[in-house]
Design a protein around this ligand. Structure first.
Ligand SMILES: NC(=O)c1ccc[n+]([C@@H]2O[C@H](COP(=O)([O-])OP(=O)(O)OC[C@H]3O[C@@H](n4cnc5c(N)ncnc54)[C@H](O)[C@@H]3O)[C@@H](O)[C@H]2O)c1
Ligand SMILES: CC(C)[C@H](C(=O)O)[C@@H](O)C(=O)O
Ligand SMILES: [Mg+2]
Length: 359
């Protein structure tokens, strides 16, 4: 049966990198993969057209699709909009609507890019870790939230507030997802929290320990988030799978991306309880380089591979895409963000073409 993919190019470099992903999809389809795709609006471009960063029509198309591929949203031109119209709200809404609570963010160092990282080669060579980030809870969604005029001790002033909140069910389901991920790898899971200060994350730790009883083959350790940020830079190879909440996961995964050479290298899969997923690079719309053919499309293309693997059950096609990316890096093609000595400098379109040529 034909599998349906929904493409959401979004803003900034989004359409540029999505165009390269579409070339890859086209190649797979021409070679016999039974897929088709449709496109819809999300983020700033959706606000421009409809006033809503996640229009009803996009939601409908999401529900009809077998998998959703998203590039990036946001940009400075939207920063003064009311919060409910911000492009990022569209991203949060699609994640919540799809209930894709388990966000897998693998950080893998390709041998050819060891020199592209700002860290010492011996610290990062051979690195292969995965951050499992809870994606539809935490302070991102907690109520109450807002900015209010309040009478405070010093008189009336504005108060900004958000609520960090997790219930047991939410922690338990991401715990299972993380333990299962660890079982398929080196069976080491590090749960990251801030239980020394935050009650919400004390519950996180308690539930992680409870769930660990069901996975005796996995070694569970715990780390406070500030130490985890430091250890990721000091000695990242001590980790295999890390599991953490929405906000800590956001921050730690950007840090982890730089171990690989560039944020332009990190794909992600966000999965619901049934394996349906939303796939996106972890980076944003990169307004500083948008429209200049400078963006690295590899995180986007690797997200296509994750989609083929996790939601469409097309292991062979996924391997084909992953191997093409490896071959391109081995041949020395580099966008500016992953430049290494002797590398062949290419733009977004040329990098997409190089991947195609290897498929
Ligand atoms: N998933 C998403 O859609 C997503 C993720 C993060 C940020 N954002 C949004 O993107 C906008 C810009 O945010 P930001 O600047 O903090 O983060 P960003 O990830 O867009 O960019 C950070 C830096 O990394 C560079 N970079 C990012 N992706 C790159 C790529 N593929 N190739 C080469 N360089 C790349 C950028 O040029 C920039 O210097 C904001 O509106 C933010 O809300 C969206
Ligand atoms: C744009 C923003 C809402 C988003 C997040 O914080 O989840 C982004 O930073 C990410 O990492 O996907
Ligand atoms: Mg982020």
């Amino acid at each position: 049966m034909t599998q349906n993919i929904l493409l959401l190019p979004g803003d900034g470099i989004g359409p540029e990198i999505m165009a390269q992903a579409v070339r890859v999809l086209n190649k797979l389809k021409t070679d016999g993969l039974d897929i088709q795709w449709d496109t819809a609006l999300i983020g700033g471009c959706a606000v421009d057209e409809t006033g809503n960063p996640f229009p009803e029509e996009t939601l409908k198309k999401c529900r009809a699709a077998d998998a959703v591929l998203l590039a990036a949203v946001g940009g400075p031109q939207y920063d003064s909009l009311p919060r409910e119209q911000r492009p990022e709200r569209g991203l949060l809404a699609i994640r919540k609507e799809m209930q894709v609570f388990s966000n897998l963010r693998p950080a893998v160092v390709y041998p050819e890019l060891v020199e592209a990282s700002t860290l010492k080669p011996e610290v990062i060579a051979g690195l292969d870790i995965i951050i499992v980030r809870e994606l539809v809870g935490d302070i991102y969604f907690g109520e109450p939230r807002g900015i209010e005029q309040r009478v405070t001790e010093n008189g009336e002033e504005r108060v900004g507030f958000n609520t960090m909140i997790y219930n047991e069910t939410e922690i338990r389901r991401i715990a299972h997802s993380a333990f299962k991920t660890a079982q398929k790898r080196n069976k080491k899971l590090c749960s990251v929290d801030k239980m020394n200060v935050l009650e919400a994350t004390q519950l996180w730790r308690d539930v992680m320990i409870e769930v660990s009883a069901e996975y005796p083959d996995v070694e569970l350790t715990h780390m406070l988030v500030d130490n985890a940020a430091m250890q990721l830079v000091r000695n990242p190879k001590q980790f295999d799978v890390m599991v953490t909440g929405n906000m800590f996961g956001d921050i730690l995964s950007d840090a982890a991306s730089m171990l690989t050479g560039s944020i332009g290298m990190l794909p992600s899969a966000s999965l619901d309880a049934n394996g349906k997923g939303l796939y996106e690079p972890i980076h944003g719309s990169a307004p500083d380089i948008a429209g200049k053919n400078l963006a690295n499309p590899l995180a986007m293309i690797l997200s296509v591979a994750m989609m083929l693997r996790h939601s469409l059950n097309q292991t062979e096609a996924a391997d084909r895409v992953d191997n093409a990316v490896k071959a391109v890096l081995a041949k020395g093609y580099r966008t500016g963000d992953i430049m290494t000595e002797g590398g062949i400098k290419v733009g977004t379109v040329e990098m997409g073409g190089a991947v195609l040529a290897e498929m």
